[in-house]
Design a protein around this ligand. Sequence first.
Ligand code: BGC
Length: 443
Amino acid sequence: MINRRSLITSALATGAAGALLPGHALADAVAEATGASFPDGFLWGAATAAHQVEGNNLNADLWVIENVPNTIFAERSGDATNSFDLWPVDLDLVKSMGLNTYRFSLEWARIEPDKGHFSRAMLDHYKAMIEGCRARGLKPVVTFNHFTTPRWFAAQGGWHNPESPLLFARFCDRAAKHLASGIALALTLNEPNLAGLIGEILPPQLLAGDRATQEAAAKQLGVPKYSPGVALYVPEAKTYRANMMEAHRRGVAAIKAVRSDLEVGVSLALLDDQAVGKNSIRDRMRERYYGEWLRLAAETCDFIGVQNYERKIWDDKGSLPPPAGARLNTAGAEVWAGSLAGAVRYAWEATKLPVYVTEHGVNSDDDALRQWLIPAALADLKRVMDEGVPVRGYIHWSLIDNFEWGFGYRYRFGLHSFDRETFKRTAKPSARVLGAIARRNAV
Ligand code: BGC
């Protein structure tokens, strides 16, 4: 099961508390409006990532991993939400909710299906999406790489390959030349701060399972090493991380060389880490999981993308279990509305960069939890903004239930559900809650 952040948080969690979900479907968050207005031009959006929604992403690294015998993936991505075809429907959903922004990612494996061979048709596909956003008055926030890399890239060692930063920069250059003029905000990599760090805290059998899956893929393709862009098992973490950092640097430079006024950032996975008691290890954990990426972002980016789902309370030994009565997500982790504001404040203090929330949401089948979380988290976010933290936008994960990596379709973060046979999308009540806030530009 591969989901880096959930695995980190559940691996760190010690124990569990009883679930006390809200117990009532919130009639409408509008009723709880506090009237706190967001700045003019604030971005209100929903997010997806290519591999999680497009479907039939045959040339991506994970397609091999998902389909080898005894894979640790719960199921294959398959058709996903068929958004490769249905992207206009998805854009209509974003628009009809009342949002002004859509975050999505480019699929490197489609744009460069073979090393050095770029597909104009696929670049045109993403161009049509960008133009489709513009035609609907939506700002396209584009992630150049959201975890998956091309199969050929993984077969050459993935981010272990010394050539990988240059390969990524070349991809960014080609994509930017075709697409940059219409993009509102660009992100290089998604949550690279967690890459290669998960192995150290996971149960050994999980790591062994991921290793065996990668080895089976390598064998199938007849290569010595097959290293996908999202992995638990990373044999040489130091090299892998260093190459991703260099890839980011060169990616920013490549995009800026095409369009110097395009704002470029990176999205980082940040918990709201809280310290309790004497000698809390909180600061040590922050340094371990975010330190070098926050410094690199401060040096290279125009903004920082914050992706937050949870808080973690650290004492001198480790993290504490969720407090009694905490609301819990499907994975059993605490859902605490203040965590977004806490993570955003920390990102700002550490980088002094303007912040876009590029992901925030909840893994739950109970949409009442989402309906409660959105206005509650936004009210707290507004409070830190009032204290001077420059937040420029809020993008919810996700527009639609989708392929949640190693967990398959079991974990659901969507503002919309979809039918796996017909691909018909249905708005959940939380879509109306977020839409009402966006339309008013106020919580
Ligand atoms: C990732 C998404 C993922 C989401 C929910 C983030 O880690 O960027 O791809 O689906 O969180 O787990």
